[in-house]
Write a protein that binds this ligand. Structure first.
Ligand code: GDP
Length: 483
């Protein structure tokens, strides 16, 4: 149990109607009481709210007695009142941190927040570190590690899909899945370890065939959770889309058409989009991050060179590639070479035949037929005719993008969105596979027990059953102060 009493601003640091300072620790009620002019908080019931003032002078015991007496109206005059506040008292253990906690709601000025924090610190509290409230909730056993992480995800959620996934995790979604897997494996591990105790007698408590069946089931479940990460990651972090094409193909115009605002600079001079521009478009709750890049081509211009290099890097990290071409300024072979060079199985490539307004909306002509015969069916891609300038074909493009997400959706109720969980699941899968190999290879019971322990440990990392200070520090330092 942590003895320090910590305090921090829990609301955003800026002007607001109300700001909230959170105080947690054994002494929190006592400390706030010392600077609170109003009811004696030490006598207050849990989960109650009290009106009063935070004052800059410590309130002496005699005054507390007056507050506590029948003659509550005879309040002593206030010394240095800082603000009129509402104070909520939460008594252990039914609090966020499981410790005594107080929340002070004040008029939302950063200056007032600073003054109140100062007076709390003067009276024995200390400033909380980033994520320290949530870390206490975890260390005191109120939530597990994946739930703590989901709180950060909830705060960061920017759309419906990521909010829902984070909330499911907070409600224990992944914890439940993992504890079922661990529970089954643990039973077997205990039996195998029992065998070790009776090594001399050559007995087999753990039915190897049943263990194999369980391992297969576990493996399937792990794979399915691991697979859900692609979707989870897309809804949490968005999908990177690279817009590529020769200079003047219409990349900036397309970006503007997608975003409906004149953000990227459009010009007739080849190579004006020097650097990359990133813009986000939400389609059905998923963030698509568009990266408008300098055209990929041979260049002697040094500044352009940097842009071209960046474009290549961006394609590497992108999940979707929009390749724009203007048939009057390109050849099918150029497009074909490009696609062949950048093709990856996990990259969705959409060819955009731009400026179809110049052909009376007509596309899929010889140019496109040449592309199709050279690229299909080995290089999965499709062609959409658009006019970035007239905003034709933009809806077709958007539905193609949202289809990308639909294809990733999984039957899993629990979706992995967290890189750390993803990695722990992969390690678990590796060790489950090793256990399987071990059984088939008739290895010693000792080694089997050893591999099983590893599998259990990796699974336990997700909920924080097995963890270390470095991992914890890493997770909680990313939280904001006050959370
Ligand atoms: P970027 O270099 O690929 O970013 O190309 P821009 O977006 O700057 O466009 C280059 C030129 O092509 C500009 O003059 C645009 O107005 C023009 N342009 C872009 N899209 C279209 C289109 O669909 N139709 C026509 N007619 N012109 C377009």
């Amino acid at each position: 149990m942590n003895q320090d009493t910590i305090c921090a601003l829990a609301t955003a640091n800026g002007i607001g109607a109300i700001g909230i300072i959170r105080v947690s620790g054994n002494q929190s009620i006592e400390i706030v009481n010392k600077v609170f002019q109003g009811k004696n908080l030490e006598k207050a019931d849990s989960h109650t709210v009290h009106y009063g003032f935070i004052v800059d002078d410590e309130i002496q015991d005699s005054r507390i007695e007056i507050r506590n007496s029948e003659n509550f109206n005879q309040q002593p005059t206030l010394n240095n009142p800082i603000d009129e506040v509402m104070v909520s008292v939460f008594r252990a253990p039914k609090t966020f941190t499981t410790e005594n906690s107080v929340e002070i709601s004040f008029h939302g000025s950063p200056h007032i927040a600073k003054k109140i924090l100062e007076v709390l610190i003067k009276n024995g509290a200390r400033m909380a570190k980033a994520g320290e409230f949530t870390m206490r909730a975890f260390l005191n056993g109120r939530i597990d590690l994946s739930q703590a992480e989901s709180i950060a995800d909830l705060i960061a959620s920017e759309n419906e899909a990521s909010r829902k996934v984070a909330l499911n995790q907070l409600k224990g979604g992944i914890t439940n899945e993992i504890s079922i897997l661990r529970g089954d494996l643990l039973n077997f591990t205990s039996l195998i370890e029992l065998e070790l105790d009776f090594a001399e007698e050559d007995v087999e408590f753990a039915d190897r065939t049943a263990l194999k069946t369980l391992l297969k089931k576990t493996e399937e479940k792990l794979r399915s959770l691991i697979d859900s990460f692609q979707y989870g990651n897309a809804i949490k972090n968005g999908v990177d889309v690279a817009i590529i094409g020769k200079p003047n193909a219409g990349k900036s115009t397309l970006l503007n058409a997608l975003l409906k605002e004149e953000r990227a600079i459009v010009s007739d001079i080849a190579g004006t989009t020097r650097d990359t521009i990133e813009e986000v478009l939400h389609i059905k709750g998923t963030a698509f991050r568009f990266i408008d890049t300098a055209g990929i081509r041979e260049t002697t211009d040094l500044i352009e060179e940097i842009g071209v290099k960046k474009a290549k890097e961006k394609i590497e990290s992108a999940k979707i590639l929009l390749y724009l071409y203007d048939e009057t300024d390109s050849t099918p072979q150029e497009v074909i070479n490009f696609i062949k060079e950048f093709y990856r199985e996990d990259l969705k490539i959409i060819l955009l035949h731009n400026k179809i307004d110049l052909q009376n909306g007509y596309f899929e002509n010889e140019f496109d037929n040449a592309l199709k015969s050279a690229l299909f069916p080995d290089y999965t891609t499709q062609i959409i005719g658009i006019s970035a300038k007239n905003k034709t074909g933009i809806e077709a493009l958007k539905s193609e993008l949202s289809e990308y997400i639909q294809n990733l959706e999984t039957q899993e109720n629990t979706i992995i969105t967290n890189q750390r969980h993803y990695e722990a699941l992969q390690r678990s899968l590796e060790s489950v596979k090793k256990v399987e190999d071990a059984i088939s290879g008739n290895i010693s019971t000792e080694l089997l027990a050893y591999e099983l322990r590893y599998a259990l440990e990796y699974l336990g990392e997700i909920s924080g059953e097995f963890t270390n200070d470095e991992v914890l520090g890493n997770i909680f330092s990313k939280f904001c102060i006050g959370k």
